[in-house]
Design a protein around this ligand. Structure first.
Ligand SMILES: Nc1ncnc2c1ncn2[C@@H]1O[C@H](COP(=O)(O)OP(=O)(O)OP(=O)(O)O)[C@@H](O)[C@H]1O
Length: 382
């Protein structure tokens, strides 16, 4: 099998995730991605992704070209590979099928202290230089200090209600206190903050895929979760609190750059590999990702793209060793992708393998609705 992301030439000893029963041995964890796609459309040799070391990757593609599906293929494979632990950010609710491979779908809860004081005004949609915003910043900072310097013990994180009470009694103009309290009350209604939430590393403790179900969550709530989880996994590896190498797989990743989650994702992109944290960002809008997402990635999987801005972002990946432009090499079929591998300095067309677990995505079609099914049943009645 050709192994993407592995620096040494030989893939001897590589195993496919399907064969990896976690029984150990000297074999190297590898996630089977698919097969090379020949010019005549026939499938060639198997292609896998190295899961022995940490990586940063991007998966690009227009709507419906298979990028969520590809992320699911990675999650399945990582869930079966030794020593790693995939955590999937699922804003559209399409990864629930991973449960049939031993995964779990969770409605994520995070501690208020997982968001640093300076990020709270932005999170609540307040100007950090304005009265209510600076009040929230100050009160959260005070609450964190009071809670033993933001220690990791769950009992040490203040609840949002406690922070709101501090706001109510703070030395600040009444209007500012009222506005700040209202925004905090709104954040409480998101249902993601919980002072007693387990530490983030628990999400990655046993290697089974963990799906963070954010379908229907307000944008700011989802961003808070991504920030807390990305930073939490990184910190846990630095502290030595997580044995496995976590892989954070983020679908609809464009939604998480430029906001509250941005600094934590950038930390993983630029510094995540040192402590062993991998990040894979999937998006239909590569042009909305920062350049650093591409420049730091050692693995790029590109399904079909057509918008100029998105193709421009792809062009940034054109290292000098790649002859010709990548855009002209993008395959057209669903589930087909151009894969650029920094480790071996190559670009290949690949057919992504089929999922072993159900995929929840796909374009809605009228013929697939219940109404259409019952109409069809009626027309078959004698
Ligand atoms: N490798 C594949 N093998 C077989 N079918 C695939 C493959 N990739 C995608 N498909 C099919 O294409 C459909 C669309 O794929 P997917 O949901 O991943 O699209 P997407 O690019 O993520 O779109 P969206 O932006 O809407 O999420 C899937 O439901 C699946 O039926």
């Amino acid at each position: 099998m050709h192994v993407l992301g592995r620096h040494f030439g030989s893939d001897e000893g590589a195993i496919t995730d399907g064969a990896n029963d976690g029984s150990g041995g000297d074999r190297i964890p590898t996630v089977r991605l698919g097969s090379f796609l020949a010019r005549d459309g026939s499938a060639g040799a198997a292609v896998g992704v190295d899961a022995d070391g940490p990586h940063a990757g991007v998966v690009f593609g227009k709507r419906g070209t298979g990028k969520s599906y590809t992320l699911g293929v990675l999650a399945e494979g990582l869930g079966a590979a030794r020593g790693v632990s995939p955590v999937v950010v699922d804003p559209m609710g399409v990864f629930g099928g991973l449960e049939s491979a031993g995964g779990r779908v969770v409605e994520p809860r995070i501690r208020p202290t997982a968001i640093p004081p300076e990020a709270w005004p932005d999170l609540l949609g307040l100007d950090s230089a304005g009265g209510p915003g600076s009040l929230v910043w100050r009160v959260v900072a005070g609450a964190v200090d009071a809670a033993v310097g933001g220690s990791e013990r769950s009992s040490d994180s203040p609840s949002l209600a406690a922070i709101r009470e501090r706001v109510a009694t703070a030395d600040a103009p009444a209007d500012d206190r009222r506005a700040a309290a209202n925004h905090l009350r709104l954040a409480e209604s998101w249902g993601v903050f919980d002072a007693g939430a387990p530490p983030v590393e628990r999400l990655a403790a046993d290697g089974a895929p963990t799906v963070l179900d954010l379908a229907g969550a307000p944008e700011a709530a989802a961003a808070a979760v991504v920030r807390a989880v990305a930073r939490g996994l990184y910190d846990a590896r630095i502290r030595g609190a997580l044995d496995r190498l976590p892989w954070l797989l983020v679908d609809e990743a464009h939604a998480f750059f430029g906001g509250v989650a941005d600094p934590a994702l950038r930390t993983l992109l630029t510094r995540g590999r040192a402590p062993g944290v991998s990040l894979v960002c999937a998006t239909q809008r590569p042009g909305a990702l920062p350049s650093v997402a591409v420049s730091q990635s050692d693995l790029l999987v590109a399904h079909r793209l057509t918008a100029e801005r998105d193709l421009d972002r792809l062009a940034e990946a054109e290292a000098t060793y790649l002859a010709g432009d990548l855009a002209s090499r993008l395959p057209a079929g669903t589930g087909e992708a151009l894969v650029v591998d920094d480790a071996t300095e190559t670009a290949h067309t690949v057919r992504i393998r089929e999922r072993r677990t159900p995929h929840g995505g796909g374009s809605p079609c009228a013929s697939g609705t219940e109404a259409a099914a019952s109409a069809a049943a009626k027309s078959e009645d004698p």
